[in-house]
Write a protein that binds this ligand. Sequence first.
Ligand SMILES: NC(=O)c1ccc[n+]([C@@H]2O[C@H](COP(=O)([O-])OP(=O)(O)OC[C@H]3O[C@@H](n4cnc5c(N)ncnc54)[C@H](O)[C@@H]3O)[C@@H](O)[C@H]2O)c1
Length: 276
Amino acid sequence: MLLKDRVALVTGSANGMGRGIAHKFAEEGCDLIINDLSLDAAQKVADEIKSRGRRAIAVKADITNVAEIERMTEAAIREFGRIDILVNNAGGVPGTAGRGNSDNITAEEWDRVVDLNLKGPFLVTMSVLPHMKKNNYGKIIFVSSMGAVSPCVSVLHYHTAKAGILGLTINLAFELAPKNIYVNAIVPGPVDTTFWDALVPAGPEREALFDAISRKEVPLERIGRPDDIAGPALFLASGLSNYVTGQILYAAGGQPILAHGATFNIEAYLMGRAKK
Ligand SMILES: NC(=O)c1ccc[n+]([C@@H]2O[C@H](COP(=O)([O-])OP(=O)(O)OC[C@H]3O[C@@H](n4cnc5c(N)ncnc54)[C@H](O)[C@@H]3O)[C@@H](O)[C@H]2O)c1
């Protein structure tokens, strides 16, 4: 087992990639702190983990709220005594469908989306770090997005925040290497999760969009599944990556090999939808 008796906090792990990562870690002997905005949803995943024979607690906390983050860290330390692995997974684009380009972005939306996707992961990391420093050990994984480096739709706040995550990864890795704390980032391509609920309703329309993205954007010609991200996360969380820090790992079906945007204009697609 690659994570035998390790303890991991995975933010936003009631759904999607976070849930997939939590399950993969549990399979490898890890105990989990399952965090999300809904306690019921987090508890459901914590119960799934427990049914695999691992320990798990569910903690409701908004990663943009310092007091809630502090309570989450305290709950984790009370239950497990330490946090070995932090996956800064929570994020997304709620309320941004068809918005976020230079014609329609607002300062308020900028703050809201950057708070969730950049400041939130920063705040959670600052809360957990003292405990990792005390133990002289930690594995921190950030989750960025292909849009940070190769956008095929203009979403200024989200992509800027996700690019900021890469800067945060590299600087923290530099600072924390002497303390045996590893910091890396995963850059996912398109993955079939509830992330897309904010953009296109599930059903035939989303299937058609996924089909077009798969054929025109992704060299491996398919949309990712949460497990496709969980594998790379396991590598970065485990001893397999003990000479790897400050790295950016693309888990994006072969992207960014192709020139994006030129082939399929997702922005036009989403803007057209928003006008309907
Ligand atoms: N799905 C994709 O195609 C894709 C692509 C690139 C990057 N990402 C990024 O991957 C990460 C995981 O996304 P996903 O696809 O699993 O999405 P998802 O919506 O399925 O899961 C994200 C989870 O985070 C939770 N969350 C949202 N805001 C939160 C907050 N303030 N505090 C705590 N929890 C919060 C949500 O409730 C949800 O359970 C996100 O950072 C997302 O931006 C997703």
